[in-house]
Design a protein around this ligand. Structure first.
Ligand SMILES: [Zn+2]
Length: 320
């Protein structure tokens, strides 16, 4: 299969019309390089995508935010260098001799890059002056995929985006959102402040809401599914109530479990790194899964990992 694909790809590639018939991971369609296949490992959802899913809905242009979010840096750049010709309506296989068009686009791109940054990407001059110019030229602004207005950073996604703000009120948490104590400009500081001042019930609701906002953002970006802020807030509210009622029931069976007994996460001491581990297995699945999270002494996320193994071991052995 692979050999057949590669032999075919020597002679031709797809030229993008609507992009409907070209499958992102299964067809040869990239331009401007020897390898016209998308090769990097991708999240499972990408295998079903057609090239159309990487374009804007109403006009023929790459959805840069989506492409950069889905693919590794070099693959994303290859995709964005692939030309889209608005007069080409239908997806069409083109042969070797028609490929010159790609090279001219690529060389024009290189020429433009040289003009903008006084160098091309293969020859970055390292003198302090030109280095700072390169930094500015290659800095790119990512707009929020949910509202298409704000510049997307953590603060925007969770607190400032119009959709996020409405979700907070739909979840009955506007008083937390607007509380003067929680207006830190750093998201992590805000969340720590909420965790140390609010009851565990409110903290649980906030955590559930943040997860729902994040989930909605990814669903919009990858699948173009849009939820109303009312639904997001309502979903967070219901999900918390379900979780809480189950855990309250379990808690009632264990005598003496009170608020004071709950263990709260604490930052590690200076020059220490804290690693939290959790291991679980689902009976009958034969799988043991593990999650690790490393944080530094200011509580900043450093690295994380999730993995599963086919072997069945007890959760005590797994954690060890
Ligand atoms: Zn937004």
């Amino acid at each position: 299969m692979w050999q057949a694909r590669q032999i075919l790809s020597l002679g031709c590639r797809w030229r993008i019309g609507s992009g409907d018939n070209i499958r992102v991971m299964h067809d040869s369609w990239l331009c401007g390089s020897d390898n016209r296949w998308v090769t990097s490992p991708q999240p499972a959802g990408v295998y079903r995508l057609s090239v159309r899913d990487l374009l804007h809905k109403n006009y023929k242009a790459w959805n840069i935010v989506k492409v950069r979010n889905l693919f590794s840096k070099d693959v994303a750049e290859k995709i964005l260098e692939t030309p889209l010709v608005s007069s080409v309506r239908e997806d069409k296989v083109v042969w070797e001799e028609e490929r010159n068009e790609c090279y001219s686009v690529k060389s024009r791109y290189k020429l433009a890059m040289r003009y903008i940054i006084g160098s091309d990407k293969y020859h970055v001059r390292m003198s302090p002056d030109s280095f700072s110019i390169v930094g500015k030229a290659s800095e790119c602004t990512l707009y929020c995929p949910v509202c298409d207005e704000g510049v997307e950073d953590e603060l925007h996604i969770f607190f400032r985006c119009a959709v996020a703000r409405d979700s907070w009120s739909a979840a009955g948490l506007s008083s937390v959102l607007h509380n003067a104590t929680y207006q830190q400009t750093n998201v992590m500081d805000r969340i720590f402040a909420v965790c140390s001042n609010e009851s565990s019930d409110t903290v649980g609701r906030v955590a559930m809401l943040l997860w729902c906002i994040w989930h909605n953002r990814n669903d919009k970006l990858w699948n173009d599914n849009v939820q109303m802020s009312r639904q997001i807030g309502r979903h967070a509210f219901d999900a918390w109530n379900d979780w809480y009622s189950v855990h309250k029931l379990q808690g009632n069976n264990v005598s003496g479990t009170t608020e004071a007994d709950l263990v709260r996460w604490e930052k590690p001491a200076l020059s220490w790194v804290k690693c939290n581990v959790d291991v679980a297995f689902v009976s009958g699945s034969g799988r043991t899964s593990v999650g690790l999270c490393f944080r530094d002494n200011s509580g900043r996320f450093m690295a994380g990992m999730t993995q599963w193994q086919q072997t069945v071991i007890s959760s005590v052995e797994g954690e060890a």
